[in-house]
Design a protein around this ligand. Structure first.
Ligand code: GAL
Length: 412
């Protein structure tokens, strides 16, 4: 009897995970492609003896996750890390609740591996507090070539070509523009239209510097006029639709095009679709020479638990490792954020992103995404997104929308 018990205990012991510590990670990667990517982080941690406590909060672009994070921090029990990016990192730093990963960042020489602008976003008062995961490009149009063929249309590079294709797809009885009627998706569409209508300088002055004259300029009115025209190609079922269900409409040939960041490519990949064959990645109309960036990062929190500092450093090191940067981004649809990751396994869309990131950086056309928390403080962003959503769901005049957007931009 004793021998059996001993054998059973021995068997159990070798089954139990031998993790030095666990990290609890808050994220909102819950779609097909996103979940496959998150699994890569869990794998990378396990290889370093760190366990993964999943704190997934569904909801594209992370509004729900941000609310859950606030509740946990205010109750004094923050997760080890959370998917937080851009100016919000500084706001959390001001709260005095962050953990530093500066030791591993210095040891691994992150300053030499990251673009200076990216390194600056990851630091609070000169010390690394967040590890960057990727670079997503937002100004993409995802196109189903079989739908184009059926409609006798071609992939658009300009707005004139876009509306010509949309008319043909609609005449063929298919949905021209797949969209989800949620504020963050409306804002994602809006910012690509602003970039295409006004160009990177206009985009930067309006949506990053929040310049009042630019926000109420004739170019902004033209942006809303163009958005109003795009609205007429979105199907009635769009209200509340999740972004990945809109992507599925393009994947399955029910719709021809979707304005969305390249996390949408993660859905095509997860569905076994090939770029250039089953789908096309086309810069949003008028934005071929520009790159709207959205960089996911894992922000580290002070938990007060003795095993966390070491585990958080290991998490940070895993995120910045070339192997993870490759495996995660192959699934996520984004591109590696650090230097030294081979391009060989990346597809044509990712290679185009890599080349366009370099080229746009050289011509001042590498701009932060407002819709994805990279450009302005959360309060102003939220107020501006409310105006855009109101415009998308009403007959609001373009001139009034521009005036309301300028007013919202003053929110602090
Ligand atoms: C973005 C995020 C991406 C993706 C997308 C849809 O804000 O950076 O990683 O998750 O939302 O949820």
């Amino acid at each position: 009897m004793k021998r059996t018990l001993a054998a059973a205990l021995a068997a159990f012991a070798c089954m139990a995970p031998s993790h030095a510590a666990d990290v609890e990670v808050l994220h909102y990667w819950t779609s097909g492609g996103e979940a496959r990517s998150a699994a890569e982080l869990k794998k990378a941690l396990a290889a370093r003896g760190i366990g993964w406590k999943d704190f997934a909060v569904a909801g594209g672009a992370g509004d729900n996750a941000a609310t859950a994070l606030k509740a946990r921090v205010m109750s004094g029990s923050p997760p080890s890390a959370a998917q937080v990016k851009g100016p919000a990192i500084q706001e959390w730093g001001d709260e005095g609740v962050l953990a530093s990963i500066d030791a591993v960042a210095r040891a691994e020489k992150w300053d030499a591996l990251l673009p200076p602008a990216v390194a600056a976003i990851m630091k609070y008062k000169g010390r690394y507090v967040a590890a960057p995961v990727n670079v997503h490009r937002v100004n993409w149009l995802w196109v189903n070539p079989a739908v184009l063929k059926k409609a006798g249309a071609t992939a658009p590079a300009t707005f004139d070509e876009f509306f010509a294709a949309a008319d043909k797809i609609k005449a063929a009885g298919l949905v021209a523009v797949a969209h989800g009627g949620q504020p963050w998706q409306d804002a994602t569409l809006f910012e690509s239209v602003a970039l295409g209508v006004g160009g990177p300088e206009f985009y930067r002055k309006a949506l990053v510097q929040l310049d009042q004259a630019t926000l109420t300029s004739p170019t902004m009115v033209k942006t809303f006029d163009t958005l109003a025209r795009i609205k007429t190609y979105i199907d009635r079922g769009a209200a509340g639709r999740d972004w990945n269900l809109a992507t599925a409409m393009v994947i399955n040939g029910k719709a021809g095009m979707q304005f969305m960041g390249d996390w949408a490519k993660g859905e095509f990949t997860a569905a076994g679709r090939k770029p250039g064959v089953d789908f096309l990645c086309v810069p949003a109309p008028g934005t071929a020479n520009a790159f709207t960036y959205n960089i996911d990062s894992m922000l580290m929190f002070e938990t007060g638990k003795s095993d966390q500092p070491k585990a958080q450093q290991a998490l940070a090191s895993a995120i910045m490792s070339p192997a993870f940067q490759e495996s995660f981004n192959l699934n996520k649809g984004s591109i590696p954020v650090r230097a030294g990751v081979p391009r060989t396994r990346f597809d044509a869309c990712a290679i185009k992103s890599m080349d366009d990131m370099t080229a746009s950086g050289k011509r001042g056309a590498f701009v932060p995404s407002m819709a994805h928390n990279m450009a302005v403080a959360p309060a102003a962003q939220g107020a501006m997104m409310d105006v855009i959503a109101r415009f998308m769901n009403s007959k609001m005049a373009s001139k009034d929308a521009a005036a309301a957007l300028a007013k919202a931009a003053k929110t602090r």
